[in-house]
Design a protein around this ligand. Structure first.
Ligand SMILES: Cc1cc2nc3c(=O)[nH]c(=O)nc-3n(C[C@H](O)[C@H](O)[C@H](O)COP(=O)(O)OP(=O)(O)OC[C@H]3O[C@@H](n4cnc5c(N)ncnc54)[C@H](O)[C@@H]3O)c2cc1C
Length: 382
């Protein structure tokens, strides 16, 4: 399989990499320690046209292939996993329900500002009682005259509470099929809508620059023109968007791991013990060699899933494999990188400690790794 990027995709990746090194790197650590989402750099990415990577030009984006998207995300994450996490949640699950399932009027009104980079997108699926088991979600949408009334709560929703956030696309129960199976619809809820409120920014082990909050819906009125697709088709839309989201988490994992490897290599070449650089010790060399090999293995899985999507072929199993493997590689590579740094890597002021904290969530978000294994096992016929 050919994973070669087009010239335009290489240019896009270089543009993002240069911006990340010039503008994001200097603010990354401060924003992380202050637990602040640095929307000024997300806005800067928007000004470069990089907030609509997967959205066609017709709707204000740049219409990159999935493989090009993976390359850009890897470059951003290698500099700052937190900002990259916000960028990727916006670019996939925050935008794709509108792109793939919205009407043209909805795309014009809500997707275009996301793709043109003036607004951030958010995706509201998880609830306090419904994480992996999404069908048990309790947020309800009751039919009214010309619209729906939403009541319920969402948990851990990213990008909904920043000064750039437009609101959220949210999944709610709309009723039951004759056989008793729940039906779900997806609804666009704008910031400022009466009855829609947000909790405080949540504090995580890592990704401290990502704005993640609980959301509350107290008799929120949503007119019919803010229902995405059919009122019973919401779950399929959300799960379809999450499949791309898994390739995205795999790419985010690759970047996190690659950034950690780069720091470990640099440090090993500078740190002197026993009169020699520690990169001269075979024990350190083998660590670095294993880290690089594992990253390369995960990279092939990730690009393969992306290439399948770009070729219009099924990619559910491959996306799950990529997310599973790449997130495991990220957590093990950042841990080994801290080991290369010794005590200096354990201190929270170091960049490598920040990457270490940022990696764990990759095994949890957008479907835990146990759920990825279930997806893979089902595809194997279990
Ligand atoms: C930083 C962050 C950002 C997030 N952003 C968003 C967002 O923007 N939008 C959104 O909708 N959600 C978001 N989430 C939620 C995330 O998708 C969920 O946390 C994740 O899907 C897991 O759900 P849960 O936390 O309820 O865990 P649970 O589902 O309660 O799982 C707990 C444990 O049980 C295991 N488990 C559950 N079911 C099974 C099973 N059938 N077989 C084997 N093991 C099982 C899980 O793998 C896990 O180890 C975010 C979460 C975090 C941490």
């Amino acid at each position: 399989m050919d994973f070669t990027l087009t010239e335009a995709e290489r240019d896009m990746t270089e543009l993002g990499r240069a911006y990340a090194e010039r503008e994001i790197a200097p603010v990354a650590a401060r924003a992380w320690h202050d637990e602040r989402c640095p929307t000024e750099v997300l806005s800067g990415l928007g000004e470069l046209g990089l907030l609509g990577p997967l959205v066609p030009e017709k709707w204000g984006g740049i219409g990159s292939s999935t493989a090009g998207y993976v390359a850009l995300l890897e470059a951003l994450a290698a500099v700052d996993p937190s900002v990259a996490a916000a960028w990727q949640a916006h670019s996939t699950i925050g935008s794709l329900p509108l792109l793939l399932f919205g009407s043209d009027a909805q795309r014009e009104r809500w997707l275009r500002p996301l793709a043109e980079g003036t607004r951030l997108g958010a995706f509201g699926l998880t609830e306090p009682e419904a994480g992996s088991d999404v069908r048990s979600l309790r947020t309800r949408a009751e039919r009214g005259d010309g619209g729906w009334v939403l009541n319920g709560q969402k948990a851990f929703i990213s990008n909904a509470g920043t000064d750039m956030s437009f609101g959220v696309t949210v999944l709610a129960r709309t009723g039951e099929d004759p056989d008793g199976r729940p039906r779900f619809g997806s609804f666009i809820v704008e910031r400022g809508t009466e009855g829609y409120s947000q909790g405080p920014k949540l504090r995580g082990i890592g990704w401290r620059g990502l704005d993640t909050r609980d959301l509350f819906f107290d008799s929120v009125w949503v007119p019919d023109d803010q229902v995405v697709g059919e009122p019973g088709g919401g779950l399929a839309q959300f799960l379809g968007s999450l499949e791309v989201g898994r390739i995205s988490i795999a790419a985010l994992s690759l970047g996190t791991a690659a950034g950690a490897l780069r720091m470990a290599l640099d440090y090993a070449g500078r740190r002197v013990q026993f009169g020699t650089r520690i990169s001269g010790f075979q024990a350190i060399q083998f660590k670095l060699a294993d880290m690089a090999t594992e990253i390369e293995a995960a990279r092939w899985l990730t690009y393969r899933a992306a290439a399948l999507r770009d070729a219009g072929q099924p990619f559910r199993k491959e996306a799950a494999m990529a997310k599973l493997k790449a997130s495991q590689v990220a957590t093990s590579v950042v841990s080994e990188a801290v080991q290369v740094f010794g005590g200096a890597g354990y201190m929270l002021d170091s960049d490598i400690a920040r990457f270490y904290c940022d990696a764990k969530v990759l095994e949890i978000g957008e479907g835990t790794n146990e759920i990825q294994r279930l997806v893979i096992a089902r595809a194997l016929g279990c």
